[in-house]
Design a protein around this ligand. Sequence first.
Ligand SMILES: Cc1cc2nc3c(=O)[nH]c(=O)nc-3n(C[C@H](O)[C@H](O)[C@H](O)COP(=O)(O)OP(=O)(O)OC[C@H]3O[C@@H](n4cnc5c(N)ncnc54)[C@H](O)[C@@H]3O)c2cc1C
Length: 452
Amino acid sequence: MTTENNDKVVAGTWSGDLTPPDSIPSKADVVIIGGGIVGVSTAWFLARQGVDVVLCEKGYIAGEQSGRNWGWVRQQGRDPRELPMMIESIRIFSELEAEIGESVGFSRGGCLFTANREKDLQAFHEWVEIAKDFELDTRVIDATELSTLVDGATPNWYGAMYTASDGRAEPHKTTPAIARAAVRAGATIVTSCAVRGIESSAGRVSAVVTEHGPISTSVVLCAAGAWTSMFCRSMGISVPQLKVRGTVARTAPAEKVLESNIFDDRIGIRRRDDGGYTIAHGSVLDHGITPATFRYSFKFIPALMQEIKVLRLRFGKDFFDELGMPTKWALDQASPFESNRVLNPEPSKRVLRGIRRNLYEVFPKLAGVDIVEAWAGMVETSPDVVPMIGEVGDIAGFHIATGFSGHGFGIGPGAGKALAAMLTGGENSIDLTPFRLSRFFDGTPIRPMSTI
Ligand SMILES: Cc1cc2nc3c(=O)[nH]c(=O)nc-3n(C[C@H](O)[C@H](O)[C@H](O)COP(=O)(O)OP(=O)(O)OC[C@H]3O[C@@H](n4cnc5c(N)ncnc54)[C@H](O)[C@@H]3O)c2cc1C
C-alpha cells in the first residue's frame, strides 16, 4: 500500500497495540504527565541538560492533540504574549531535523490570512504593527501579489496578511521524533502509563502515582492537554479549560496550487510533505456542552463572544459522558485516565461535506482530488486563548503547562525549552509570568487577543 493511499498515515499515531511497560523507574528528578508536544519537548530539553526525567503517557505519544492538528507553525496573528516563545520555537523547528537526525516535514512556506472584506485588511494592518515590535516579516499584501502566491483560487480576495518566515510540519512525525530524541538523550518515556495522582510530604510533591506504581520525585509537570483541568480538580485546583472539536482531512498528492498555509472563512489548508493537502473548515468550532461549560462559562464569555459566529453548540453525549466521570478517586484504584486512553472524537460528517465542497469551490484545480483520510481532535482552550504555565496549588513542586488552544503545536518546542528552564530554576530567556494561572482569579481582565 502506498503512503498516499494508506488511510492511517495520521491515525497510525494512535493505532496499534498498546503494551504496558514491564517496569517503570522508581524515582526521577522530574516526572512529566503527558506525551504531547509540550511534555515531550520539555523532556528532550531536560534530558539534554542531564536531568533524570521520566515522562508518563496514558496512551500513545502524540495520540491526542499533538498528532491530530493542522501542522501550522505560525507566528502570524498570535497574541503578543506568545510571540517571544513562538519566535524561539520556529527557530528550534528550523534546526530540529539536523539536531535529531529525523524528518519532521518542516518547511518555511509562509502563512496567509486572506481578506474577504475590505475591513479585514484593517485588522491585518493592526496586527502588522505588533509584528514590527517583534521584528517579524509580516506584511499586508494586495490581491495582485496574493494571486502570485496562490494558483487559480476563485474568491475575490481583497488581499492578505502574509508572513513568509512561517511554516508547517507533519504532526504525526514531529512529536514521536522528538520523543525518540529525548530517549537518546537519556529520558525515560513510558506509554500506556496513566498517572492517577500526586503524593506529598511536608507540603512538597513526594511521588506521582501511576497505574503501574509510584515514582518518587519532588518536581512534576502536568502537560496533560485536555485532561489537565480534570487532573488538577482532583487535587482541588481549578484550571478553567473547555474543549472544541476540530474535524480535519487530508487529500491524496495533487497539483501544487500553493506553498503557504492559507486561512480563509471557508477553508484552512496547507501543503503536506507527501504532496497532498491537510484541510479543514475555516469557520466551524464545534463545542459539545458539558458540565465544565457551566462551571467555567463566566470566564469564557469574552472568548465565546469572539467566536460566536463560528461556534456550533451541541447538547448530548459529551454532557452525560463528562457527568458520569468521577471527580475524585483513590490512587490505588483505576482512574478515568485509564478508562479513556485516547480522546478520539468522531470527525463530523457534516463538516467533512463542507470541507470537500469548499476545497473544490475555492481551488477548482483540486476538484475531484481524493480525500484519503479524515479524523478529529479535541482542542483544549483557556479563557484568553493563551497557555496556563507555572507552579500551582498548595503542593510545592507541582506545575502545569496547558491551555495552548488551537496553536500549541507550533509553539511546543519553544514551550519545552522555557519549561525545562522553569523546572530546573535555570536562566529563562522567556518571561512566563503572563501565563500564570492566577490571572484568571486575581481580577486581571480576560481579553483574548487571538482566535482559538
Ligand atoms: C484539530 C486541531 C487542529 C490544530 N491545529 C493546530 C495548528 O495548525 N498549529 C498549532 O500550533 N496548533 C494546532 N492545534 C493545537 C495543538 O495541537 C495543541 O495546542 C498541542 O498539540 C497541545 O499539546 P499538548 O502537549 O499540550 O497536549 P496533547 O497533545 O493533548 O497531549 C497531552 C497528553 O497527555 C496525556 N495525558 C492526559 N492525562 C494523562 C494522565 N493522567 N496520565 C498520563 N498521560 C496523560 C494525553 O493522553 C495526551 O497524549 C490544533 C489542535 C487540533 C485538535
